[in-house]
Design a protein around this ligand. Structure first.
Ligand code: NAG
Ligand code: NAG
Length: 295
């Protein structure tokens, strides 16, 4: 997602924070905003800093308060590290914690945030279960849940008149919970989800081995595959699928926002064969007036 688009996403949130701060505490001199990112120098971090700076330079928004941003970095698949990051930011006095990206990591960080009563904002996590306010009472999500995406997938499959398909997902919250709604609607249409396969992911995508699952899919004779995982993993899956002859003419691969929204996908030049002809869903970020001003 482009940095400025992310910025526009962050802005309403910080404006909301301004209101909360004013009402609750009568404008303190500084408010610390914590950000958890998977890497240094990401567009997400730039966007957060830019948003804070924007607020700080304006006289009409939070005039007597300065926002400071503190950050920490964590490997999103390292649960313990995610918790440590959240504790680290809480110790630095973060009034709110933003991030990280993935649904699983957001759940982990939220354990700390909800426990410490710190508002927690998930900019892009889409696991529908995150909407459960009883489980995640201090969580605010900025993207629509994957149940919405499932509806778009259903419309896509319907458009092409496909009635038999396989599902392949990463073995994590994003991968598995993201297609639950699709499966239930598919069942109500009497579509035949012939095989549902999962593959293990960890921090090293090069270790992903999905050949067994692909073999099973190939064995079903079904050639429509819905792949729900992040691009870093999905690229590896498709690479292996290509080698096994599952990406050539006659095969349809449908990917989701975790794939289409990632910069890696378009970074490879020339575009590898296995990425050609993919169809998928991609969220449309809001385009407020500020976007054109800052672009
Ligand atoms: C900011 O501080 C000034 C001077 O202390 C005060 O008059 C004003 O009401 C404050 N504004 C807000 C929004 O708290
Ligand atoms: C991030 O947090 C860890 C503790 O979880 C801490 O040791 C480390 O210094 C922090 N890194 C930065 C860049 O603040």
């Amino acid at each position: 997602m482009a940095g400025l688009q992310t910025f526009v996403l962050y802005l309403p949130l910080i404006l909301h924070l301004r209101w909360t701060v004013r009402v609750a505490a009568g404008a303190p001199a500084t408010v610390t905003i914590g950000g958890i990112f998977s890497n240094r120098n990401t567009v997400e971090e730039d966007a957060l800093r830019f948003a804070a700076k924007f607020i700080n330079t304006r006289r009409d928004i939070l005039p007597n308060t300065t926002l400071t941003v503190v950050t920490n970095y964590t490997e999103v698949f390292q649960t313990f590290q995610c918790m440590q990051s959240a504790c680290f930011l809480a110790e630095l006095g973060a009034a709110v914690i933003i991030g990280p990206r993935s649904s699983t990591a957001v759940k982990t960080v939220n354990n700390v945030c909800s426990g410490l009563h710190i508002p927690h904002i998930a900019p892009v996590a889409t696991d529908p279960l995150l909407g459960n306010q009883r489980m995640y009472p201090y969580l605010l999500r900025m993207s629509s849940p994957d149940t919405e995406q499932s509806r778009a997938l259903i419309a896509l499959v319907k458009h092409f008149g496909w009635t038999r398909m396989c599902i392949l997902t990463s073995l994590n919250d994003y991968g598995m919970n993201g297609v639950v709604e699709f499966q239930s609607v598919a069942a109500s249409y009497n579509w035949d989800v012939v095989s549902v396969q999962q593959f293990q992911v960890n921090s090293d995508p090069s270790k992903i081995d999905v050949r067994l699952q692909l073999q099973k899919i190939k064995g079903t004779g079904v050639r429509v595959i819905i792949l729900n995982c992040l691009a870093i993993h999905g690229m590896r899956v498709l690479e292996q699928a290509e080698k096994m002859g599952l990406t050539w003419r006659g095969w349809a691969w449908i990917v989701t926002d975790g794939f289409t929204g990632m910069a890696e996908v378009t970074a490879k030049k020339p575009i590898p064969h296995y990425l050609q002809g993919l169809v998928g869903t991609r969220p449309a970020p809001g385009r407020g007036g500020l976007l054109t001003k800052t672009e």
